[in-house]
Design a protein around this ligand. Structure first.
Ligand SMILES: CCCCCCCCCC/C=C\CC(=O)SCCNC(=O)CCNC(=O)[C@H](O)C(C)(C)COP(=O)(O)OP(=O)(O)OC[C@H]1O[C@@H](n2cnc3c(N)ncnc32)[C@H](O)[C@@H]1OP(=O)(O)O
Length: 305
């Protein structure tokens, strides 16, 4: 026990928990004090990220609006991180719901056009932005709930996996998973780690090799999402879930979260530069560029049919 506490103290001074503790305040609100009156809402909006913070409840809703499919472009990820940092610093915000402002898609994952035919410099900036986004969300001390209201492949799935709890609309047409191999590319180790941490070793072994996209019922069955709800209950359920989490004292929960996530975070922090080099080298290959080009053609051709 003493060593756990010593470790927790060490963690508290680490980068991760510096973020975590920024949000710290003990349970100010229980479910009974929940009041979602419109007057208490703070809105802030960038062109691709819309944020509504209810400072009465401490719940912020961060909506992606990068049409047509919320692909994670360099611009989108940069705006995401700016909006995220603002919420991290806001002590009135205790939890963040991630969702999409667009119909039928949570996020189509990484923007393929940022990887296809771009310069190594551009891809370096792109990958750094993705790492940054992931480190912020995965390492956050806030409670983060994914309200998955549509397709969520690859990078979209990573975003959901980085949250503390995943609620998805109960609709078989929405798919989620780490499908990179289907595009002829390889999900990096930290995508795989997040998946493995969530669904276990064997399931992720199958999942990453086959590049499986699961429908909502299958995703629930393997534990990739925690709950399914009808579309009209998604945000209310996410908000109610958040309020329940608020009953746990922040500091104890944050330290516990950091302990559980430390190994995965540390692995990324230690391998960050190598991970960028791998990505740039990998995407420099003609064969990979060809795969990405063919995939884009396929996506566009599908629409033309
Ligand atoms: C040795 C190891 C080293 C490791 C090196 C690392 C290597 C790289 C790792 C990369 C990691 C992560 C990868 C990703 O996240 S890749 C992205 C994967 N995403 C997908 O496969 C999703 C593709 N999209 C879809 O399936 C569908 O679009 C949708 C999300 C289900 C929505 O369907 P829809 O019918 O509503 O829309 P659709 O008509 O298909 O698309 C509308 C337009 O949007 C364009 N588009 C779709 N997805 C993307 C995307 N990800 N990036 C860019 N553009 C996208 C699509 O082409 C349409 O465009 P247009 O209107 O025709 O111009």
């Amino acid at each position: 026990m003493a060593s756990v506490l010593r470790q927790a103290a060490r963690l508290a001074s680490s980068r991760c928990l510096t973020q975590l503790s920024a949000a710290s305040s003990t349970s100010r609100l229980g479910a009974s004090s929940y009041n979602f009156s419109p007057s208490s809402r703070n809105a802030s909006t960038s062109s691709t990220i819309k944020v509504q913070l209810d400072s009465n409840t401490g719940v912020a809703i961060m909506m992606f609006q990068n049409p047509p499919v919320n692909s994670m472009s360099l611009d989108f990820m940069t705006e995401f991180v700016i909006a995220w940092d603002k919420l991290e610093l806001d002590k009135s915000c205790r939890g963040i719901i991630l969702t999409s402002a667009l119909p039928n898609v949570f996020s189509a994952g990484l923007d393929i056009m940022d990887m296809y035919g771009t310069t190594p410099e551009h891809r370096t900036a792109f990958w750094k932005a993705l790492q940054e986004l992931w480190l912020k969300v995965y390492g956050s001390g806030k409670i983060v709930v994914a309200a998955i209201n549509g397709a969520s492949p690859a990078g979209g799935c990573l975003m959901a996996l980085s949250c503390d709890y995943r609620i998805m609309i109960d609709n078989p047409k929405y798919k989620i998973g780490i499908n990179e191999t289907k595009l002829g590319i390889v999900a990096p180790f930290w995508f795989k780690d997040c998946l493995e941490n969530t669904v276990g070793y064997r399931m992720s072994e199958m999942s990453v090799q086959y590049g499986i996209l699961y429908n909502s019922a299958e995703a629930l069955k393997i534990g990739l999402v925690d709950q399914l709800v009808p579309e009209d209950k998604l945000i209310s359920t996410a908000t109610e879930t958040m309020i329940k989490w608020f009953a746990i004292p922040d500091y104890a929960r944050q330290i516990s979260k950091a302990m559980v996530r430390k190994a995965t975070m540390d692995k990324m922090l230690a391998g960050r530069e190598a991970d960028i080099t791998n990505f740039v080298t990998f995407t420099n290959k003609d064969s990979i560029q060809k795969s990405l080009g063919m995939y884009m053609e396929m996506l566009k051709g599908r629409k033309a049919k």
